[in-house]
Design a protein around this ligand. Sequence first.
Ligand SMILES: NC(=O)c1ccc[n+]([C@@H]2O[C@H](COP(=O)([O-])OP(=O)(O)OC[C@H]3O[C@@H](n4cnc5c(N)ncnc54)[C@H](O)[C@@H]3O)[C@@H](O)[C@H]2O)c1
Ligand SMILES: [Zn+2]
Ligand SMILES: [Zn+2]
Length: 381
Amino acid sequence: MRAMVYRGPYKIRVEEKDIPPIEHPNDAIVRVTSAAICGSDLHLYHGMMPDTRVGMTFGHEFVGEVHEVGSSVENLKVGDRVMVPFNIYCGSCYFCARGLYSNCHNVNPNATAVGGIYGYSHTAGGYDGGQAEFVRVPFADVGPTKIPEWMDQEDAVMLTDALPTGYFGAQLGDIEQGDTVVVFGAGPVGLYAAKSSWLMGAGRVIVIDHLEYRLKKAREFAHAETYNFTEYDDIVVEMKKATDHLGADVVIDAVGAEADGNLTQHITSSKFKLQGGSPVALNWGIDSVRKGGTVSVVGAYGPMFSAVKFGDAMNKGLTLRMNQCPVKRQWPRLFEHVRNGYLKPSDIITHRIPLEHIAEGYHIFSAKLDDCIKPIVTTAA
Ligand SMILES: NC(=O)c1ccc[n+]([C@@H]2O[C@H](COP(=O)([O-])OP(=O)(O)OC[C@H]3O[C@@H](n4cnc5c(N)ncnc54)[C@H](O)[C@@H]3O)[C@@H](O)[C@H]2O)c1
Ligand SMILES: [Zn+2]
Ligand SMILES: [Zn+2]
């Protein structure tokens, strides 16, 4: 089969690999028909995630057709069209039983924090991902779901990560009726978080980024007010001005570890390796939220950060909530929102790239060229 393969930072190739075999009776092999590239894949692409091994196939957002099933699989059969959440999880451990699917205890013996994620380095279990013609899906009776007849394939791909994660970001904000919500980041996750904030009762939604074309999308798709942080001396002061000098009720960090906007943070991370990236969006969030407010973090961070304003968070009495998204927990409500037309997830897709050209897809998405917001990878198989 053809598969995307990591060859080192900024080096992606398409190579011939064996079709993955069934390794456990509850595995399925899925023939991928559509996958996406996620902002999280960019952390891998940039060499920021520990233990990203040469030869790994990325891709944790994909849908496809069941090609083969293990002997114990009961819920799926060959030929079913399935959507697969990005989390790999057992469904029955202490954490899964409490809905913490992204923290499953049985799928990633190398880590005590994160569970398993397709194509997301050996830190997240070392599973190959779905930017390929075929992928092995463990615990096939637990994660995947048949794509409902009425759902478009591209909407289904967006439901495997980006949309549930944005929605989860809004959920973690504990938004109350009329709240002012500030979302840092106008990528796919931030756009969906902004849109979802209205669903949770927000009275005002503000989105911050420095890419004008994405802010335009935030206005059109998520009906948000927008601020370009490069146009202000201090975006935090601007947020105070916009909120009667109190600060926002809720802030959602949809940026993560590779934030722009502060040179010192870049130098301490990339030159001196003192921390695993730049937490500047998180710090702006801590500073922009009001005392007693909530900061929801869905932007991804590696283990070590030295320059987070933790003392300010403590002294302001903030609630910090965060996690990798437990995707399937969000599906019942999101399916309804998509079915009734309130959400059209595929509206943010800007590029459709054949698997053979995926290296170009990574480049365009990473360098934010050609007004790219969300690239989809298609397979010819
Ligand atoms: N928690 C989860 O389950 C989960 C799932 C998917 C993605 N993620 C993470 O969410 C984050 C966003 O993902 P995405 O696909 O939208 O990525 P993306 O790279 O497309 O979007 C990030 C956006 O943040 C903007 N940005 C950079 N610095 C900023 C700053 N200081 N202030 C405001 N905006 C800034 C960028 O210009 C970009 O538009 C990533 O860190 C990704 O790893 C987490
Ligand atoms: Zn992702
Ligand atoms: Zn589990």
